[in-house]
Design a protein around this ligand. Structure first.
Ligand code: SAM
Length: 196
């Protein structure tokens, strides 16, 4: 997969990495910041998604589409689209620009609006990446966990750097007998939950 990253994808990744880096130090207000995953988490997501069973790949929280690009590498291998949810218009426009410039629009379905509403239309999920506002992680878990196919994965970002805020979701996942869960210390901390 990583050898198949095209020049266009690599170039757009670099643009977003640079914006994200400066966002974190130049005082850009929180809702305008890209707040994207680091590169090693992107690779981790690609590898995990590539090994999931058949089913839908979804992402809650697109921002400018950086993590979506990484997940799309696995989606392309099996000829499916990543369904990714984003609420804020400026982020939606940036994400569209990303997918066009990277030449991957055919591998992405960008679902505009509140994921908590739009998720209701999606079933048979084999890979779900949760990376939205931390306060709604538990609601996302409630909506998605019953849709995961056998051996499918839910991965939630910020399981270490925002541990206290997402603890209600982590505790719920850890206590859920349908799943085996572990916090992996990569990037900001990834809660990985595999449906038995
Ligand atoms: C941390 S950023 C996502 C970063 C992205 N996953 C990446 O690594 O490139 C969180 C995004 O989730 C979006 N978001 C928050 N709540 C949402 C909701 N209810 N439905 C859809 N998107 C939401 C925010 O607008 C924001 O762009």
């Amino acid at each position: 997969m990583f050898n198949e990253i095209t020049g266009k994808i690599a170039a757009r990744m670099k643009v977003l990495e640079d914006i994200d880096k400066s966002d974190r130090i130049d005082g850009t207000e929180r809702l305008k910041r890209l707040r994207q995953i680091p590169l090693e988490t992107g690779k981790f997501l690609s590898l995990q998604a590539a090994n999931c069973p058949d089913g839908n790949f979804i992402e809650i929280g697109t921002s400018a589409g950086y993590s979506t690009m990484w997940i799309s590498l696995a989606a392309k291998e099996r000829n499916i689209k990543v369904k990714t949810f984003e609420l804020i218009e400026k982020k939606i426009n940036l994400a569209k620009e990303t997918f066009n410039e990277a030449g991957i629009s055919d591998v992405i379905e960008l679902i505009e609006g509140d994921a908590l509403i739009n998720l209701k239309n999606i079933n048979d999920v084999s890979f779900c990446f949760i990376d939205c506002e931390k306060e709604i992680y538990e609601k996302c878990w409630d909506l998605v966990s019953g849709k995961i196919v056998k051996s499918g994965l839910i991965i939630a970002d910020n399981a270490i750097n925002h541990y206290d805020t997402i603890k209600p979701m982590i505790d719920k996942a850890m206590a859920d007998e349908r799943f085996d869960c572990l916090i992996v210390p990569i990037g900001k901390g990834e809660l990985v939950c595999r449906r038995k």
